[in-house]
Design a protein around this ligand. Structure first.
Ligand code: OFO
Length: 164
């Protein structure tokens, strides 16, 4: 495996792991505040990102690359409210999308079509996750300061989390 691509995939392992821990912190914050729907949503997101990380670890190993399991930064744990929480969700997903796009770009430069093909799964996944984050943020912007709206939002997102 090309060493630049190997490095980028290892970096991506870290970003996915970091996202998983960030969403765990967000789930825990929501849990402590009594938003059970929001917390279940982020517990599930945390699991998903862990799966994204594992998929990369297995792929790099299959390709005979060298996997480095990274140490992680402390995730952000304090959020002013649901709006700030979901803004963090969207910015985190946008960050990951940019990193994935960069890997795709490098794959084309280095003519590594195998990794390019593998990464298409992540491109599709990111499209979905960014769309979900934007939809939820739109809803929160409509709700504004209406606390009974928060109650309904939490109830609705519980359904979304259950659907996976
Ligand atoms: Fe949504 O971050 Fe993984 O791919």
């Amino acid at each position: 495996m090309n060493s630049t691509i190997e490095q980028l995939l290892n970096d991506q392992i870290k970003y996915e792991a970091q996202a998983s821990m960030q969403y765990m912190a967000m789930a825990s914050w929501a849990d402590a505040k009594g938003y059970s729907g929001v917390s279940n949503f982020f517990y599930a997101q945390s699991e998903e990102e862990r799966m994204h990380m594992t998929k990369l670890v297995k792929f790099v190993n299959e390709r005979g690359g060298n996997v480095i399991i990274p140490s992680l930064d402390q995730p952000e744990a304090d959020f002013g409210g649901l709006l700030a929480l979901f803004e963090k969700f969207l910015s985190s997903e946008i960050f990951v999308t940019e990193k994935i796009n960069h890997i795709i770009y490098e794959c084309l430069q280095k003519k590594d079509y195998n990794v390019h093909n593998f990464m298409q799964w992540y491109v599709t996944e990111q499209l979905e996750e960014e769309a979900t984050a934007r939809t939820l943020l739109d809803k929160l912007n409509i709700i504004g300061d209406n606390t009974s709206g928060y109650y309904l939002f939490d109830r609705d997102i519980e359904i979304l989390a259950a659907e996976g």
